[in-house]
Design a binder for this molecule. Structure first.
Ligand code: AMP
Length: 275
């Protein structure tokens, strides 16, 4: 007989062949597909969801314009060997009288949570609902949405959810722009300017390599690039990867997180300072 004290160990004991789940809002690109590929490699069953979740959009945000192409998405998922796709209607996920929310305090209020109040409550609630429906042992998400992975890891830990979150690297365009469904909003001029976000992250890494260890010095050296690239700043911060709070003395694990508006499009990106 075995005595297990660790809840993660206990859950592993009770689960069978792994089922890997990739939640998405659709309009798929290589970033999404890299998650499906990793899940396919590691799991017996692979599922994905396509759901533009209304509860994570603020009242003035791009819910209505968010790009959608179900047919194309289904073909791409099929080509990657995805076994099941869940594509519910908003009415079925949030029927009249819906009143239940999952909220991760503190972490949800930092960074994107500051400018997008309620966003992470929408994310944690929909992910909780999707996990209850799909019942995967593993969930695959992108490092591109770094804060999202930190918030969800906290939710999974705090609520003892029987799922392991696997965070996969950010997939970039050839010039370095992080792939995003929202890149489809950018015209040619916006597209050039958008690259500024990545250049700012690279500059942070380069300053760090030159030996600068003060978070505020790195931040202040980079800040003027917002103006150079004509990006309206939302935030630029060098944060602890667990608490998401700014760090005074940076190290390899420090995350440089950035968000800004290129014209009408809000883009985010991040990088580990030590590469
Ligand atoms: P979304 O459809 O934007 O909600 O994203 C669905 C999943 O794909 C999330 O886990 C994202 O972090 C991930 N993802 C989006 N863009 C990228 C990217 N460029 N590289 C890796 N993963 C990504």
């Amino acid at each position: 007989m075995e005595l297990i004290r660790d809840w993660r160990e206990m859950q592993k004991f009770t689960c069978g062949d792994p089922h890997g789940f990739v939640p998405t809002m659709g309009y798929l690109h290589e970033g999404h597909l890299s998650l499906v590929r990793t899940a396919r490699y590691e799991c017996k069953t692979v599922s994905a969801s396509i759901f533009v979740n209304p509860s994570q959009f603020g009242p003035t945000e791009d819910l209505a314009q968010y790009p959608r192409d179900l047919e194309r998405d289904l073909t791409l998922l099929e080509d990657e060997g995805c076994d099941i796709v869940f594509h519910p209607s908003p009415e079925s996920m949030y029927p009249q009288g819906y009143h239940t929310w999952v909220k991760v305090e503190d972490l949800s209020e930092e960074l994107c949570g500051n400018t997008r109040p309620g966003h992470f409550q929408g994310v944690t609630t929909i992910v909780m609902k999707l996990l209850n429906i799909m019942r995967p042992e593993r969930m695959y998400m992108g490092e591109k949405d770094f804060q999202q992975t930190v918030v969800l890891k906290r939710m999974i830990g705090d609520l003892n959810l029987p799922v392991e979150l696997i965070v996969c690297p950010t997939v970039r365009e050839e010039d370095g722009l992080a792939m995003s469904s929202r890149n489809s909003y950018l015209d040619a001029d916006d597209r050039k300017r958008a690259l500024g976000l990545y250049h700012m992250l690279l500059m942070a890494q380069s300053l760090y390599r030159q030996g600068i260890r003060s978070g505020s010095e790195i931040r202040e050296t980079i800040l003027p690039l917002f103006q150079e690239y004509r990006i309206r700043p939302d935030y630029l911060s060098l944060v602890d990867p667990q608490t998401l709070k700014p760090v005074r003395d940076v190290d390899d694990d420090t995350r440089v997180v950035i968000a800004g508006w290129v014209n009408l499009t809000r883009l985010i990106d991040n990088i580990r300072l030590g590469g």
